[in-house]
Design a protein around this ligand. Structure first.
Ligand SMILES: C[S@@+](CC[C@H](N)C(=O)[O-])C[C@H]1O[C@@H](n2cnc3c(N)ncnc32)[C@H](O)[C@@H]1O
Length: 334
């Protein structure tokens, strides 16, 4: 895809994400041959719009209208290219635990939780956050709460129950998480929650917009800092078995992956699925729904693309479809 088109696409995505400034910046870049030529000097993999904009902010670009950003970028080409070459965006979105917790609630504990692509490990603490869900559909309009009621982190979730009978009488009206007795994360590039610069980069990787996302991130970081999670640097496929082998054998090993498979090239994705199966572990995923054949197969016709960006799946079988961040899901017939 042409670089200008990537920035145009990013402008649309930013508008949807309620980040008008990133939408304006992206459109500005898409139509500016000088700035595009500058970005083309970065390695191919480092020309992603989200990375270019985050690096610019990180280096001090003003949060100001596009002409000011343009001026800044053209005045700092060397610094921009050097930083682009050594950084990748880092995301850790605890909102994805909304759907993930719904799947965890279907499992018996005690659980040994291993997250693949854990980033800063913030999604390793579903039992330390509060969840608040609006449940609609199937003749119901009610609220449900679960998790640690007094937590500083409150994850909000809209659940469309669909028209079909619920798979379980109470679920997801009454969600009870299994006991988590062990937790660890695997990541190619783990983020240390005790390192202020690393956490600051996590914040800068978020688009400027509503402050709730940064606030939620900071609250989750504060909880993680009180007992930093065990994070191991390693590849999702090559590093999995060794880390899984350190989990207690008397707990159910549950692998979680959220927003991570997209980073694995096609064949590695299948190798990951094979590695998970070889371990005999339970696998909870909230991933782009077109990435796993099993998941795609179970998404019914007529699910609008905006509602079905991602699929929540348990052992590769889709339970729900939802948005990229896990804030809205629609349950699928069981
Ligand atoms: C978009 S982040 C998602 C983080 C977290 N799961 C969440 O939902 O907030 C993807 C993570 O996957 C990691 N990653 C990418 N490729 C990987 C690989 N081959 N093996 C392990 N981790 C990988 C990245 O470093 C990054 O932290």
């Amino acid at each position: 895809m042409l670089l200008a088109d990537r920035f145009r696409g990013h402008a649309d995505a930013s508008a949807r994400e309620q980040s008008p400034l990133y939408a304006e910046w992206s459109l500005g870049i898409a139509g500016d041959l000088d700035v595009l030529a500058l970005i083309e000097r970065a390695p191919e993999a480092r020309r992603q719009p989200a990375l270019v904009l985050a690096v610019s902010r990180w280096l001090g670009a003003p949060l100001a209208p596009w002409p000011r950003l343009r001026e800044w970028m053209l005045a700092h080409p060397d610094a921009l290219l050097a930083e682009l070459a050594r950084r990748t965006t880092q995301v850790n979105d605890v909102r994805r635990l909304g759907p993930v917790s719904l799947a965890l609630a279907r499992l018996e504990g005690p659980v040994a939780l291993l997250e693949v692509g854990a980033s800063a490990g913030l999604c390793l603490f579903p039992d330390r956050y509060a969840f608040r869900a609006d449940l609609r559909g199937a003749g119901r309009d009610e609220q449900a709460r679960w998790g640690a009621a007094d937590s500083d982190v409150v994850v909000e979730l809209d659940v469309d129950l669909g028209d079909s009978p619920l798979p379980h009488d109470e679920w997801p009206r009454r969600v009870v998480l299994p006991e988590i007795v062990w937790r660890a994360g695997l990541d190619l590039d783990p983020v240390d929650v005790t390192d202020p610069a690393a956490v600051s980069w996590l914040e800068t990787s978020l688009p400027p917009g509503p402050s709730e996302r940064v606030d939620l991130l900071r609250r989750a970081v504060a909880i993680a800092r009180s007992a930093p999670p065990r994070l191991v640097r390693g590849d999702a496929v090559d590093g999995l078995a060794a880390l899984a082998a350190t989990a207690p054998s008397d707990a159910r090993l549950v692998l979680v992956s959220t927003g991570t498979l997209v980073y694995l090239p096609g064949r590695r994705r299948q190798a990951f699925v094979d590695a998970v199966r070889a371990l005999g572990a339970t696998w909870v995923s909230y991933e782009r729904r077109d990435l796993l054949h099993d998941v795609v197969a179970e998404v019914p016709e007529g699910v609008a693309p905006g509602d079905g960006f991602a699929a929540l799946a348990l052992d590769g079988r889709a339970l729900a479809v939802g948005d990229a961040h896990g804030t809205r899901v629609r349950l699928l017939p069981s």
